[in-house]
Ligand binder design. Structure first.
Ligand SMILES: Cc1cc2nc3c(=O)[nH]c(=O)nc-3n(C[C@H](O)[C@H](O)[C@H](O)COP(=O)(O)OP(=O)(O)OC[C@H]3O[C@@H](n4cnc5c(N)ncnc54)[C@H](O)[C@@H]3O)c2cc1C
Length: 398
């Protein structure tokens, strides 16, 4: 007979409030989101509007919306560790169902009071979210190739360009668009807030992808899109700085969700291995089954230590330049490990692991993109190897 103890009892220093927050997130995930996974899968990731509204209401009632944003803007003001505890629970769900929990990209924290009032506050109430448009056909891993530009015109800017893979671009109330402001010979990377109804914004394509998630990743064109000066977020030329802070949180977020996925995969596949009998013994009694589970548990535990460490560095105010490479390590390790873990879980379930109704099958497809978006695994290796060179071994690995 197995003994289960609360996982975070091991995570030193959690306060009673933090444990309660984790419990609340876990309850929401298990009671509200998990029962909707199969329906979402069967419907290409989409759920009825009334169901989405229900998820939003439950999330708000459980005070799980708006994470790290300030309470005066409708957020929860969480530390990075608290954000980790909640997002780990969100990661236990397939089909990206936690995307329905009202939130926003962290660059909106740097908005003007007017931008915050217009976009952030409603987003945290669940009234229209944002989408982030950086990637282009010829600029993926190398953002230096970004061709979208913004020419000063009529006191504001005229934007031209085409963005690919704009996650949630099909439902967003505002698009956060990276374009270079043309100033003489200079090209200044700048983020703009562009509403999708603005004349000149065109939805070119909304392709299908491997996963069945709540929103699409459309290709969006910008032809002579005129915006006022108030559309600039964080100042002209500051796009890359804002983006670095965004990447750190997004990469840690991918690691955190991957850890939740590993947790769920281990729960489900361990349970199966303990209860399924073949050849007169439980699957768990065949080392060919139990050893891969042990490898997955080790991957999950190591990844968790690293991610919690990175979250602690953020909360402790460590120089963001040092955290940058560590967030890359967490993303690299966990995204690769979660992929291995899903593959092993499919094998544990045998033929059932190949059915779409099985959590391992869904995660096997869904976790693949974590090695691609927010910088591929190769780009994370590039960042980490540059840190070795610039900051030294000790600062990189300790
Ligand atoms: C489902 C999905 C959602 C996405 N959402 C968004 C979004 O919301 N907003 C957004 O802006 N973008 C988004 N992206 C884009 C994503 O960030 C890019 O796909 C990713 O950065 C890789 O760029 P690329 O596809 O152009 O591949 P490429 O850059 O062409 O890379 C192709 C291959 O070459 C490798 N490679 C490239 N350069 C190097 C190098 N210097 N060293 C070693 N290997 C290298 C890569 O690792 C990769 O394996 C999304 C992508 C997907 C699939």
């Amino acid at each position: 007979m197995s003994t289960t103890i609360a996982p975070s009892a091991h995570l030193e220093g959690l306060s009673a409030d933090q444990l309660e927050l984790q419990r609340r997130a876990r309850e929401f995930v298990e009671a509200v989101l998990m029962p909707l996974e199969n329906e979402a899968e069967e419907n290409g990731g989409r759920l009825p509007e009334a169901t989405i509204e229900h998820i939003k209401r439950e999330a708000i009632a459980a005070r799980l919306n708006g994470g790290r944003f300030a309470p005066e803007h409708g957020g929860q003001g969480w530390s990075m560790l608290e954000w980790f505890l909640v997002n780990e629970q969100f990661g236990r769900v397939t089909n990206g169902l936690h995307w329905h929990v009202p939130s926003a990209y962290n660059v909106l924290m740097r908005g003007t009071p007017e931008q915050i009032e217009r976009y952030l506050v409603p987003a945290l109430r669940g009234e229209g979210g944002d989408a982030y448009a950086v990637t282009e056909a010829e600029a993926g891993s190398d953002p230096a190739g970004i061709a979208a530009n913004a020419v000063p015109a009529n006191g504001g800017f005229r934007i031209n360009g085409e963005k690919w893979f704009v996650t949630s671009g099909d439902v967003a109330r505002v698009l956060i668009v990276m374009a270079s402001v043309v100033d003489g010979d200079q090209r200044l990377p700048t983020l703009f807030l562009v509403e999708p109804q603005t004349p000149g914004v065109e939805f070119i394509d909304n392709p299908r992808f491997t996963h069945n998630y709540p929103h699409g990743h459309p290709t969006i064109g910008f032809s002579d899109v005129e915006v006022g000066p108030e559309a600039v977020i964080g100042g002209v030329g500051n796009g890359e700085d804002l983006q670095r802070a965004w990447f750190t949180e997004e990469r840690l977020g991918i690691a955190t969700h991957g850890l939740g996925a590993m947790w769920r995969l281990l729960e489900e596949s361990t349970d199966w291995a303990l209860n399924r009998v073949q050849g007169g013994r439980r699957l768990m009694d065949h080392q060919g089954v139990s050893f891969p589970l042990a490898d997955s548990a080790t991957d999950a535990a190591v990844g968790r230590l690293l991610a919690v460490h990175v979250a602690g560095l953020v909360d402790g105010g460590t120089d963001p330049k040092l955290i940058h490479a560590k967030a890359s390590m967490a993303k690299l390790f966990v995204s690769e490990a979660a992929g291995r873990c899903a593959d092993r879980a499919v094998q544990t379930f045998g033929g059932r692991g190949y059915m779409r109704s099985n959590v391992a099958e869904r995660f096997l497809r869904e976790l693949r993109v974590d090695r691609i978006w927010e910088g591929t695994s190769e780009i994370q290796r590039l960042i980490i190897s540059r840190a070795l060179e610039r900051r030294g071994v000790e600062a990189t690995i300790h």
